[in-house]
Design a protein around this ligand. Sequence first.
Ligand SMILES: NC(=O)c1ccc[n+]([C@@H]2O[C@H](COP(=O)([O-])OP(=O)(O)OC[C@H]3O[C@@H](n4cnc5c(N)ncnc54)[C@H](OP(=O)(O)O)[C@@H]3O)[C@@H](O)[C@H]2O)c1
Length: 252
Amino acid sequence: MTGAESAGGAPGVAVVSGAATGIGRAITARLAASRAGEVIAVGRRSDRLAGLADRLGPRVVVVAADLSEPDGARRVLAAVAGRPVDILVNNAGGNADPHRVQELDALAEAWRANLHANVLPAVLLTHALLPLLARPGGRIVTVGSVAAVRGPATYGGAKAALHPWSAELAAQLAGDQITVNVVAPGYVTDTEFYGDRMSSDLHADRSRRSPMNRGATPEEVAATVCHLAGPEAGFITGQVVHINGGALLAGR
Ligand SMILES: NC(=O)c1ccc[n+]([C@@H]2O[C@H](COP(=O)([O-])OP(=O)(O)OC[C@H]3O[C@@H](n4cnc5c(N)ncnc54)[C@H](OP(=O)(O)O)[C@@H]3O)[C@@H](O)[C@H]2O)c1
């Protein structure tokens, strides 16, 4: 439930981007199990979305859309069909160019690719849905990354851009009792984030970045996202909540 529901209104919809795999799948499953309203699950690959809908049941409605483009956000807006949006989770993203390039054309392309992959989906979808956000009680949670504070630069720089954007929105929407926060995970297991690059060596390396010597599960990240999206978090806004098993502690 959001603040809007707990105030007595009928549940509106929840919208989750990047919903078919990894962290987004865990968020979608948790929202579908814990609240009454419809969950609109967005991603680009229809086959992945169909599998999600089969598993989670009729309250999860899938929309295939590329959220880096305005038409993708418009497609989601059409699926919402004027209903109030209680919860918006901007989770779609990933490291679109993990190579540390130096050549100028390649460098420009790497920055463009990561801004396109990580900033535009959150900005376009949020601004498309903003008029429908439940007032009071709407929740916007955007998935950032520990990379925003320590790189790698093109991906981390794109994730870092979400911080001031989210903070400005939080200030603008606070009077409407809408909260806006970023959840910034460190390494998370069981996602498609690393694609073909994943190996036991890479897993061990990323796990060592936390003094707990492991990554988060998608469900651990989803629990934090869903807390911020829930009625008990109505006074938390404008924050970046890190979930990384202590990976940023001093002395590491
Ligand atoms: N895994 C980690 O270690 C880690 C750490 C910190 C932060 N994160 C962040 O966590 C978020 C979720 O990633 P994940 O780790 O769960 O990896 P993932 O399994 O690759 O999930 C990303 C999801 O986003 C969707 N997506 C990507 N671009 C999209 C677009 N333009 N429009 C619509 N959907 C799009 C993908 O599906 P389609 O390809 O079908 O669209 C995919 O389902 C990302 O923002 C990522 O940057 C991940």
